[in-house]
Structures are given as C-alpha cells and as structure tokens.
Design a binder for this molecule. Structure first.
Ligand code: PLP
Length: 407
C-alpha cells in the first residue's frame, strides 16, 4: 500500500507568491484596463549580455560537430568551469581547489538537497525572515513539527530585526545546521566579517554546519564586506557555500549554480573529506550534471569580458535600488538594504501589517511588492521591493508611490 509523505501536509497554506498573484488578479478584474507595476518577485529582467550569449551559442554549435559533440559530462561540472570558479575565489585571496566546486542547475535546489547528507535528527536554525525554500524543504524532509502562529515547531528561528541590524544573534541553544543568506533575501542586509566570525566560531565549537547562501555576492560594492564565508578564518571546517549565475548573469531561466563543499568541512561524527565524498555520491546518484550548453555560458560569464558586462548589469540593478530607496525616503519611509543587494526592505508606515500595506500599495499606487511576513514571523511590519526591473518601470513605480501613497 503506497502512502504519501505526510510532511507535505504540514506546509503552511497560502504560499506567498500564489497569494500575491491571487490578490493582484482580483485587483485587475475589479479595475479593468488598470496596469500594475511589479516590484514583487526577485527575477531578473535585463537581457543576457553579449559575451555570455556568445558562450551559449558556442555551446550549441559544439554539439553540431562530431569532433566537439559531448553527451553526459561529469555530474560535478566541466573542468574549465570549476577552475574558473576557483580563480574567482582566488581573487579574494582564497585557495579552494576546483574539485571542491560542484556545478549544478540551481542554488535553490542545492540548498534543499544538501540536507540529504545529514542525519534526520539534526536541529535546524534559520534566519527569520528567510528565503522560503530553507524552511519548506526542512518541513518536507521531516525536520520540523507542525506549523503554529509563531512558525514550525522544532525549527529554531533566529530573528533579524532593526535592533540587531537584520543579522541574528547566536542561537541560545545547540543547533546543528544553520542557514545564513548574505546579501540577504529579503532584507538586503549584508553580514560583516565580524558577524560571520561569531557564527563560524559557534559552528566549529558545536560541530555545527553553516549553509551559506551567497547568491547575491556580486551585488556587494563595499570592499570591506565578505563575498564568501571562506573569507572568515575557520569557515572551511564548518561551512558549505551556495552561489548562482541566476542573479549575476540573468540565468534565472537558463539555470546554473555552484556549491562549495571544502574537503576540510566535517561533522561531529565524520573526518575531513567525508562531507565532500557524500555530496559527490549524492550528486552522482541523483543528478547528471548541468546542461553542457549552459556551462559554456558560465565559462563565458567568468571571462574578463563576461565579468565586465555582467558587472555593469549588476550596477544597473543597484541603481534601480538607489532610485527606490531615494523615493521612499523622500516620503519619510524608513528603508534598509539596497546598497549592496537588489532588495529594499521597508518598514511599513503607520505600523500597518505587511499584507495591509500590500493592499494599500496596490490600491493606491498600483504597485505590487512582497509582504515581509511571507518570509517568516519576524518579517511582519516590513515589506520587500525588488530592484529587478526595467528602468522605466522602476521609475514609474517610484513616481506613483511618491504621488499617490497616502501616509
Ligand atoms: C534567487 C536566489 C537564489 C538563486 O537560486 P537558483 O536556483 O540558482 O536560481 C538562491 N538563493 C536566494 C536567496 C535567492 O534569492
């Protein structure tokens, strides 16, 4: 008799983005002819830059000739790409071996799949608010109890608030797996080396593992802020890092990412090399590698030309963030983030709930954003605006907020 994975039934109903779509569609039905300006979902909007496009084309062309055709590749990724990634980290003074890089089709899937190499009874800590996949995938893997008003039982929430600068205090009990995202989605906050050092020391002391999601590392403009957790002394023994070409190179639809599992990284019950071996085994068993065409695009994105063109695109999104920040601040709204991240995190005016502000912004300004409470209990009273968008749309949305928002 087949039975279902009952953990799925624990997932809180009304997933954030479907609910946003539902309310937006209801508004459009009631206001026929109205147009909404979307600063909601974190998806890139600008076309792929020429140097990367050339790499993708070359990847396609190689498949059309007998002498350059390739079928299945190594599930960990092609060597030139792994070497290019190691060189990227070497620029920050880090000596990671190319074999410690695992190329994949997404940081989202890796940040969920990584759990398969850890024991079921590990206690998991997440930043609150957080990117939803960390929480939901742990629910599905059975590492939590039921959902309550204050979150899932058994999950340790680490509140990120105005008071702590949106970087959590250390857990007040022993936890085993810790998710940290920096630059943060949704708050736009970037962890300093000192802040990360606290967690690295905690993890090494308690033999915990940090899952460090740095998908927005390329948005960091302040040279004193770390782009990788391995810039913090001691991180190689306790941290696994995820990154992606999605936001940097406009690959959200193309799909290409990487995960770093250093050989030195280990748990309470394993020696150096074991986690690296387990992740290799997991990927070899479940995954046949990212598309070869796409990996050719990734190599091109790491070339000097690719880098300068994608850097310019990142700068373009950061300018959008600046425009959003400036507009909101001109209304006296308190905002965070945006300087080193493509997200602006605003405090809802008048103490409105996140969803009440969503409705207000939609009805008064026709702008769609993302309620902070959808990312976790501590996001209540906050709201996320995304800097991904065509300049014209971002400017229209900001003007509409300045002209029409009644506060
Ligand atoms: C967009 C995003 C990613 C990227 O995931 P991919 O699966 O590589 O597209 C990862 N983490 C966070 C926090 C994100 O916002």
């Amino acid at each position: 008799m087949a039975r279902i994975n009952k953990n799925y039934d624990k997932l809180a109903a009304g997933y954030l983005f479907p609910e946003i779509a539902r309310r937006t569609n209801a508004f459009l039905e009631e206001n026929s002819g109205a147009q909404v300006l979307r600063l909601g979902i974190g998806d890139t909007t600008e076309p792929i830059v020429p140097a990367v496009l050339d790499g993708l084309h070359a990847g396609v062309d190689a498949l059309g000739k007998a002498d350059s055709y390739s079928g299945y590749g190594p599930s960990e990724g092609i060597t030139p790409l792994r070497e290019g990634l190691a060189d990227l980290y070497a620029e920050r003074g880090l000596s990671l071996d190319p074999s410690e890089f695992f190329v994949s089709d997404g940081a989202k899937s890796d940040s969920a799949n990584i759990q398969s190499i850890f024991s079921d009874d590990c206690v998991v800590a997440v930043q609150d608010p957080a990117y939803p996949v960390y929480v939901d995938s742990n629910v599905i893997f059975g590492r939590t109890g039921q959902a309550t008003d204050s979150g899932y039982e058994g999950l340790v929430y680490m509140p990120c608030t105005e008071e702590n600068g949106f970087f959590p205090d250390l857990p007040d009990r022993k936890v085993d797996l810790i998710y940290i995202c920096s630059p943060n989605n949704p708050t736009g906050a970037v962890a300093t080396k000192e802040q990360l050092k606290g967690f690295v020391d905690y993890a090494n002391q308690h033999k915990a593992i940090i899952f460090y999601d740095s998908a927005y590392a390329s948005f960091i403009t302040d040279p004193s802020l770390p782009r990788s957790i391995y810039e913090v002394e001691g991180a190689e023994t306790c941290a696994i890092e995820f990154n992606s070409f999605s936001k940097t190179a406009g690959f959200t639809g193309v799909r290409l990412a990487w995960t770093i599992v250093p050989r030195a990284c280990r748990t309470e019950d394993s020696e150096s090399g074991k986690l690296h071996a387990l992740w290799t085994r997991r990927q070899n068993t479940f995954f046949n590698g990212a598309a070869n065409i796409v990996q050719a695009g990734g190599v091109a994105a790491l070339s000097p030309e690719g880098r300068s063109q994608t850097d310019a695109q990142v700068a373009f999104y950061l300018e959008n963030a600046r425009i959003i920040n400036e507009g909101l601040q001109s209304l006296g709204i308190t905002t965070y983030g945006g300087g080193n991240a493509p997200y602006v995190w605003l405090k809802t005016p008048g103490g409105l709930s996140s969803w009440d502000f969503f409705d207000k912004l939609l009805n008064e300004c026709r702008v769609v954003g993302t309620p902070g409470s959808g990312f976790g209990p501590a996001g209540e009273g906050f709201f996320r605006l995304s800097a991904f968008g065509h300049r014209e749309n971002v400017e229209k949305a900001v003007s509409s907020i300045i002209e029409k928002l009644q506060i």
